[in-house]
Design a protein around this ligand. Structure first.
Ligand code: NAI
Ligand code: MG
Length: 478
């Protein structure tokens, strides 16, 4: 296949990044206890971006108290229509500052600018717009005769793969339902959460309704353990999710967990193969594969295996890897050195266990954390690369012969977050989708998201839903 060399097209906007950021508590910026800080870098260059305050248990306590006071004093009492106005303000501010936020997201986390520009930031604004619409209509979301009641103070811990979007998924429904929030962004990607705190301040929300604490796992653990928190919402690794569930067991705190995945992406021989291959590529290489619902286990009907692998091999050779700020880049930087090492270790295990690695021919930049688009053939169900979440741009290809076998293999995983099915036959699509144990099943498409559509998992992928009416229930008492 001929590909054209594209001239560099770097994004020219450079958002203002402060030298140092404080914690956002009770509507104001404050230094952390003992003035502790940490550094966030650009994973594409390893350059330092900013010093960020590190929240200790003392800071967690201050933030939770501020959130409690704001809950009792303002937020649970104000008219729902007024809550909506604040949410609309935040949504509009995200839209107005979308270009700056997109660049910030890409700089801090390494994802391609075309993804932060066209997906992360618009989807974040959409979540605030959607939930603003619900704020004064919640009695239509609950059973007739019931009054919608908030839960109280929500501790919300988000990961680094969709930093602003995960913050929006959590904050927007919490506020719409009348709760107040303490948000803990991930240590490698704090900058858009801090920009969101600035937006919250400019939108003039009552102090303490939204608090943002930057820090690491210990900060998150202190938030989880704090007695003043009524509800916890976590997105991240299954391991930490289990720790959180153990910590709060018996405390009466409400909990939602959105954890890992190892999604099956099923392609039948009768599928439109051109579209299916595009869907598979989008399903695994989007955001360098740092996606909990990534279609990381490709199950292809045996008689089209060779053809699909040939098409995929050709297609991944055309993906452009490099500067995440270049508008033509398809594969940006891996989020951190630790994540790169995890990917490399799992890829080595795949080779050692006998699978065959196919990689896009490309030159990796000299600095920063990068990994080429990759796929494995000759994969067995027992291989680690077929069972464990890699969370990188690595696809494992397996085969099946009958629809029954496809379903059995797809469900042979401790996870259950998402799945995809490609076939030209509508009834087969429905037959398979009904049997897949996954929270979301995409038919003849992949990675479709909408604020009105609930998202969440089964088993080791967690519980609870985010988005839609179902997501609202997670932020209402009763
Ligand atoms: P992680 O689960 O440690 O981090 C996610 C968030 O939880 C971060 O904000 C972190 O500071 C916080 N955290 C860490 N330990 C905590 C604790 N004990 N209590 C409360 N909060 C805590 O995930 P990590 O180490 O960054 O990534 C490891 C693997 O997890 C990835 O390779 C991937 O497989 C999976 N992962 C899944 C995500 C998803 O979207 N479901 C997102 C991020 C990671
Ligand atoms: Mg960073």
């Amino acid at each position: 296949m001929t590909t054209f060399e594209y001239a560099p097209a770097p994004e020219s906007v450079r958002p203002q990044i402060r030298e140092r950021y404080g914690l956002f508590i009770d509507g104001a910026w404050t230094a952390a206890h003992a003035d502790r800080t940490f550094t966030t870098i650009d994973p594409a260059t390893e350059n330092r971006l900013a010093e960020v305050a590190y929240a200790s248990p003392e800071d967690v306590d201050r933030a939770v108290r501020a959130a409690r006071k704001a809950y009792d004093k303002y937020w649970r009492k104000i008219k729902p229509a007024d809550r909506a106005k604040y949410l609309y303000r935040i949504a509009r501010a995200i839209t107005e500052r979308s270009r700056e936020l997109a660049v910030l997201e890409t700089l801090d986390g390494g994802k391609p600018i075309k993804e932060s520009r066209d997906f992360d930031i618009p989807a974040s604004a959409a979540h605030f717009f959607y939930h603003a619409g619900w704020a004064d209509k919640l009695e239509w979301a609950v059973r007739a005769g019931r009054t919608p009641e908030p839960i109280g103070v929500c501790g919300q811990i988000v990961p680094w793969n969709f930093p602003l979007l995960m913050a929006a998924w959590k904050i927007a429904p919490a506020l719409a339902c009348g709760n107040t929030v303490v948000l803990k962004p991930a240590e490698t990607t704090p900058l858009t959460a801090l920009a969101l705190a600035q937006i919250v301040q400019e939108a003039d929300l009552p102090p303490g309704v939204v608090n943002v604490l930057t820090g690491d796992g210990a900060t998150g653990a202190a938030l989880v353990a704090h007695a003043g928190v009524d509800k916890l919402a976590f997105t991240g690794s299954t391991e930490v999710g289990k720790t959180i569930a153990r910590t709060i067991a018996g405390s009466g705190k409400r909990l939602t967990l959105e954890l890992g995945g190892k999604a099956a992406h099923i392609v039948f021989a009768d599928a439109p193969l051109d579209q299916a291959v595009e869907g598979v590529v989008n399903g695994i290489y989007f955001n360098q594969g740092h996606v909990c619902c990534a279609g990381s286990r490709l199950l292809v009907e045996e008689r089209v295996h060779d053809e699909i692998v040939a098409r995929l091999t050709e297609r991944i050779a055309t993906l452009r890897l490099g500067d995440p700020l270049d508008k033509n880049t398809d594969i940006g930087a891996i989020n951190s050195r630790a994540q790169l090492e995890k990917i490399e270790e799992l890829v080595r295990s795949g080779i050692a266990e006998g699978a065959t690695l196919v990689q896009a021919p490309c030159t990796l930049p000299g600095r920063g954390f990068f990994f080429p688009a990759s796929l494995f053939v000759n994969v067995h169900q027992s291989h680690r690369i077929a069972r464990e979440e890699i969370f990188g741009p690595v696809l494992s290809v397996l085969t099946f012969r009958t629809p029954d076998e496809a379903v059995e293999k797809a469900n042979n995983t401790p996870y259950g977050l998402s799945a995809g099915v490609w076939t030209d036959k509508g009834s087969k699509n429905m037959w398979v989708a009904q049997r897949l144990r996954a929270g979301v099943v995409w038919c003849n498409t992949y990675n479709q998201f909408d604020p009105s559509s609930p998202f969440g998992g089964y088993r080791e992928s967690g519980f609870g839903r985010e988005g839609g009416v179902h997501g609202l229930y997670e932020y209402m008492a009763g």
